[in-house]
Design a protein around this ligand. Structure first.
Ligand code: NHR
Ligand code: GAR
Length: 215
């Protein structure tokens, strides 16, 4: 089977993009597209000789016009799969519907906790003992799409926002390539009622307890 064409959308640093590129996925990264002209991830993509494009949201009068230009750029690369990797613009319903079932996002919290922005700060404020990240199918409602894979990390007593973000980011770099691999291998299914099926090994039956229990 021919590799799937993947388009990666970024806005900033691009570390999740790099994790995807380094995972040797059975996919062809057809383009990296950023809404931010200065995104550091664009340099990393250029260094790897990947096609890059900028669709600057500031150049458009409204979200629909930006999304139409973005879709146009994505479609030039015949994308089978579109990956949001630190992409910071909320997408319109028309855009999301056009890519439904082949549009994924990595979100830095254990959804449905902490949708939206500033997740690590809000997790610390809430006093949760376990935090993490989620890969999900993107639906119209922000950060509410069907969940594919999650990783949990402990919140430590002296955590700062940065320390917690770094611990979560490490896990993002593991679970996003895994989800994309399942998709590319045809092992991921999404039913019309929004249930995700994955042909994979069963989960190990141990818990992450934080702080650790003492017996
Ligand atoms: N679009 C839809 N329709 N549904 C989702 O689930 C989406 C989405 C677009 C992006 C990523 C998401 C995240 O993982 C994502 C999921 C941006 C914002 C935001 O508030 C919120 C969530 C996410 C991405 N963006 C501001 C906006 O006005 C701009 C913020 C900025 O530029 O810093 O678009 O967290
Ligand atoms: C990641 O933690 C990602 O989960 C998060 O931003 C960071 C991007 O890092 N995404 C969002 O907050 C989306 N609103 P990266 O550019 O190095 O991948």
């Amino acid at each position: 089977m021919a590799d799937k064409n993947v388009v990666i959308l970024i806005s900033g640093r691009g570390s999740n993009m790099e994790a995807l590129l380094e995972a040797n996925l059975p996919a062809r990264v057809a383009a990296v597209i950023s809404n931010e002209p200065g995104a550091r991830g664009l340099d990393a993509a250029r260094r790897r000789n990947l096609p890059t494009a900028v669709v600057d949201h500031r150049a458009f009068g409204n979200r629909a016009a930006f999304d139409a230009a973005l879709a146009n750029e994505i479609d030039r690369h015949s994308a089978h799969l579109v990956l949001l990797a630190g992409f910071m613009r909320i997408l319109t319903a028309a855009f999301v519907r056009a890519y439904e079932g082949r549009l994924l996002n990595i979100h830095p919290s254990l959804l449905p906790a902490f949708p939206g922005l500033d997740t690590h700060r809000r997790a610390l404020q809430a006093g949760v003992r376990i935090h993490g990240c989620t890969v999900h199918f993107v639906t119209v409602e922000l950060d509410h799409g069907p969940i594919i894979i999650q990783a949990a990390v402990p919140v430590l007593p002296d955590d700062t926002e940065d320390a917690l973000a770094a611990r979560v980011l490490n896990e993002e770099h593991r679970i996003y390539p895994q989800a994309v691999r399942w998709f590319c291998e045809g092992r991921l299914s999404l039913t019309p009622d929004g249930r995700v099926g994955i042909a994979c090994a069963p989960a190990p039956m141990h818990a992450l307890i934080s702080p650790p229990a003492e017996t």
